[in-house]
Design a protein. Sequence first.
Length: 764
Amino acid sequence: MVIVESPAKQKTISRFLHSGYVVRSSYGHVRDLPERALGVDEKKDFEPTYVLLPRTRKLLPELKKLADRATTVYLATDHDREGESIAWHLAHLLELSAEKIRRITFHEITPKAIEDALKNPRGIDMSLVQAQQARRVLDRLVGYKLSPLLWKKIRRGLSAGRVQSVAVRLLVERDREIKAFESAPYWTLNAALQGGKDLPAFSARLIQWRGEKIESTLTHELFAETYRVQTTCFKAQADIDAVVSAVRATPFTVSAVERKEVRRQPQPPFTTSTLQQAASVRHGFSAQRTMRVAQNLYEGVSLAKAEAVGLITYMRTDSVSVARSAQEATRSLIRSLWGDPYLPAEIPVFQTKTRGAQEAHEAIRPTDPSLLPETARPHLDPDQAKLYDLIWKRFVASQAAAAVYDTVSADIKAGDALFRSTGRTLKFEGYLRAYRVETEPAEKTENGEEDAEALPESAAEQEGMLPPLAAGDVLNLIEMAPQEHRTSPPPHYNEASLIRALEKHGIGRPSTYAPTIQTIIDRGYAQRGEKDRRLLPSELGGTVTDKLREHFPEIVSLSYTADVEERLDRIAEGQAHWQQVVQTFYRPFEKALKGAATAMKAVQPRQSDEKCPLCATPMLIRESRFGKYLSCPQFPQCKGKVRLSSEGKKVVPEMTKEVCEVCGKAMVIRMGRRGRFLACSGYPACKNTYSLDAEGNKIAASRPVETSRKCEKCGSALWMRLGRRGHFLACSGYPKCRNLKPVSKEEAESLRKEASSSSGAGGS
């Protein structure tokens, strides 16, 4: 018997094994800490209490029956800590003896990988299990102890966590720095020069004036993050004008020329974080979307009439290691596609730079490099095709030869000024043959520099070579071009740069990045920008961050959170006991929690100048995960509510030419949780509404209309709904009663008027 985690894996792997094997899925985790209780005994060495998940109760009898009949049970869950933990839970639930258990892992779901795994089983690695257990216990202690405090002091529905809270603080601190940043002007100077009448003109940049470098790099510290601001000694136009006047009167002479060949090495194959970053930059994928698509590619896709097979290796990894067999297969592919010049002399070896990376894993790569993206594309959905193309190109490029550029740099003296001009042309494209992006805009990293990952390769090639120059050549000045600039702060984080920042500081692990970002958005701590996908922290995120910094500084500390991750890694390596690691973290946290219970001041909603549209009481400014809004202080007796924009301005309904077919008043466009919708301006007396599509067309009633008619089958009230084929009456007893009957447009209008009049008579 082989037990895997997902039904997709079960379907794929069962095709690779003969009839002597039975393959079943555990559908992910089988046990967890209880949902509505702490589930951790702090007085008994943090002993966890596990309960069966609802789906496991249904699966367990069949799994137990098959496991009892099997001679051997192969636990084939994922090759990470979570997978090891699931295998351990399965062994306990199925009451498997040590002699019967075989733990197998694989990086790819292919016939050969499964065959090799079955030949090389091992036991369950308890160090990995304990590391996962420690992480789960720590997260539970923080969540279940700290969240109720935030509910009491700020508002209900909030949460906090080791990685989540640090990520929110990064967003908040960056946003505040941007708002506090004071832009300052500075000037640069370019000169258009020519060596002779028959030679092309070129541009040179002023880099030194009277022995002082023109551009200096200022490093600014922000919550352990650094970014650079390019500035200059020329703060005013008068300063640069003086330089222009002085330089015009002097000859321009070439003082030095340097020519060299520059080799640009390919980047390593993708890890989880770099794949999420590249997919975000190139295709606008969220981290969660990237992982969902990668999971599909890993678990298996059917190509034409062939059996389903995994197209990529395991997608949760922080290692850049690659199997030798895959490298050799890729070298053969490169040779057949482009020839020997595109092969490096030696097989490349990349070094993992991520703190605490698990080198036993492989990088993300195609399982079969010979499956070209254009061959796979007809059998994949658009998202799968884009991601497979990205992974294939990055991996093949990583195994190809370096790109070679011819570069020349010339220093030009003009009195007290020193200018420099550089040029570059592509001599040999090398790996760029596989991995070239020419249309994507360059992103900025968290320090404000252009991201090499996102920089179009063509941008460098457009520089071109300089005309023939030699030391001592006298050049003609064509034009002096001073230019004004302004210093600017670093940009807001997007998903790619936030993941990069977390990874850089050793916070979180490959499996945590996507759910962490999604939790931040779901809790209302941040929102994605509509145009540039930047993560913009909300006022709520800032409030929570301030409270945590004041009372729980370690929870939102980069260094402390990274230290916890390193301790978890030591547990996984068998170098630390998990209870001791939890105790080291929990005792100071428990003390801070007791102090905050009395010291933390409750956050009160601010009063606004707006009055409630229903009862005229001054409204309060509140914030939920859907954004800011005005709420009546008399809630729940009065449910007056006004939505606010991200800038805090009242969202005014947009008038339309549509007329309400129920009461005859004008219809307006409002914004709700699910986007724009059409509503009667007579609300709350008339509650007629319609959903709108992306183009603003009316598509369906957004809520059912209760009628006075009764269901012929069960006697419950009938509701009128609007479906694809028009209006219909549906029993309110659904799903027990599924009685349906269509109604005409005339009948539907009559029922709407009837419902509206009864609603108006009885009040809102």
